[in-house]
Write a protein that binds this ligand. Structure first.
Ligand code: SF4
Length: 350
């Protein structure tokens, strides 16, 4: 069987996330977008959204529509359909509000949406709803996951991991296991937007969370993944005994990944406040390929501190967004990694 061609990270993003709007009826404690109830009149229009799709279609990335709440835009169904017809795999990340009805999910599915992601940050209504700032969000999330399953939509559950819920990962896994989801993605907090520095896990707490996830992943029927925690890939490689030299390069901020804001600004990540340019003025693929910051983010040898010296740097590279938020440089080390690269251990004992 012919293997599909693998496009190098330098040529094309594998994932493009577009923040369609910052409008959202929830008020989550950690919200990256500091979402507000109303839409910004300067959001990309429907025709500008179509142009964005046209400009990335040649790379066939996974196109994720996020917010805010994508369902705050009435044209979301049209945009899903347009992108699907252009050959993109489209995923939508709706907020669990009254707009997220079975009818809305069915309409997304008919438009061509292949998967949805839903957020769940605690194993009880009390815990989740206090995190999301709106009562009823927990039950709506579970109801939406069940409806999505009945319609054949793949579902991903997203959990933001912080000091608020780090000790509840096993209970969250037990809660979501009967939902028939495809994957559980753990987003490790980056202190931007409403997220607070004191809620970020330390390096030791992060390693402990990785141990829990690894244990959970051995028993559950869905994939367990991380966002803004590429060092979980290092943890897995260590536990599976794969030599660092045999490891593939992994996706990271600006490396296989691009974020487009509601007004068209292009970033290496939604959590990294560096704008390369705006899709209204320049092709996002040109920015992704040629912008010097994007290029440097794809070269771990350019990083300072231990991430620049680490034998796992191509696979991992640390969260560039967290390095920026906590160490004031997107090329510094990720302060939530407990690993000491081999070269530093060897030097310490030389
Ligand atoms: S030191 Fe940096 S590159 Fe190495 S595993 Fe930790 S975060 Fe990843």
């Amino acid at each position: 069987m012919m293997q599909p061609e693998v496009i190098p990270f330098s040529d094309a993003p594998r994932i493009v996330i577009w923040e369609m709007t910052r409008a959202c009826a929830l008020a989550c404690r950690h919200c990256r977008a500091e979402a507000i109830p109303f839409r910004n009149p300067d959001e990309l229009t429907t025709s500008e959204a179509f142009a964005l799709v046209d400009s990335i279609a040649e790379c066939r990335p996974l196109f994720i529509l996020t917010g805010g709440d994508p369902l705050m835009r009435g044209d979301v169904f049209k945009i899903v359909e347009y992108a699907t017809n252009k050959g993109l795999r489209v995923a939508v990340s709706p907020s669990a509000t009254g707009r997220l009805t079975p009818a809305a999910l069915a309409k997304l599915s008919r438009a061509g949406c292949k998967s949805i992601s839903l957020s769940l940050d605690g194993p009880t209504a009390e815990m989740h709803d206090s995190f999301r700032g709106v009562r009823g969000s927990f039950q709506r999330t579970l109801d939406a996951a069940r409806s999505a399953r009945e319609m054949g939509l793949l579902t991903q559950i997203n959990t933001t991991v912080s000091r608020f819920n780090n000790d509840r990962l096993f209970s969250i896994a037990s809660l979501i296991e009967p939902l028939g989801i495809a994957s559980w993605t753990l987003f490790f907090l980056v202190p931007v937007g409403r997220a607070q520095l004191e809620d970020v896990l330390s390096a030791q707490e992060t390693e402990e969370a990785f141990r829990r996830l690894y244990e959970i992943a051995q028993t559950v029927p869905f994939a367990v993944k991380t966002t803004e925690a590429p060092h979980y890939r290092r943890f897995l490689a260590q536990h599976e005994g794969t030599p660092a030299a045999q490891l593939p390069a992994g996706i990271g901020d600006g490396k296989g990944f691009m974020f487009v804001s509601h007004t068209g600004d292009v970033y290496p990540s939604g959590f990294l406040p560096y704008t390369a340019g705006n899709v209204r003025e320049i092709s996002p693929l040109a920015l992704y390929r040629e912008n010097p910051v994007f290029r440097k983010l794809r070269e771990p040898s350019e990083f300072s501190g231990k991430c620049g010296l680490c034998e796992f740097a191509q696979l991992c590279g640390g969260s560039r967004a967290r390095a920026y938020a906590m160490n004031k440089s997107m090329f510094a080390s990720d302060p939530t990694c407990a690993y000491t690269p081999e070269v530093l251990r060897t030097a310490a004992y030389a």
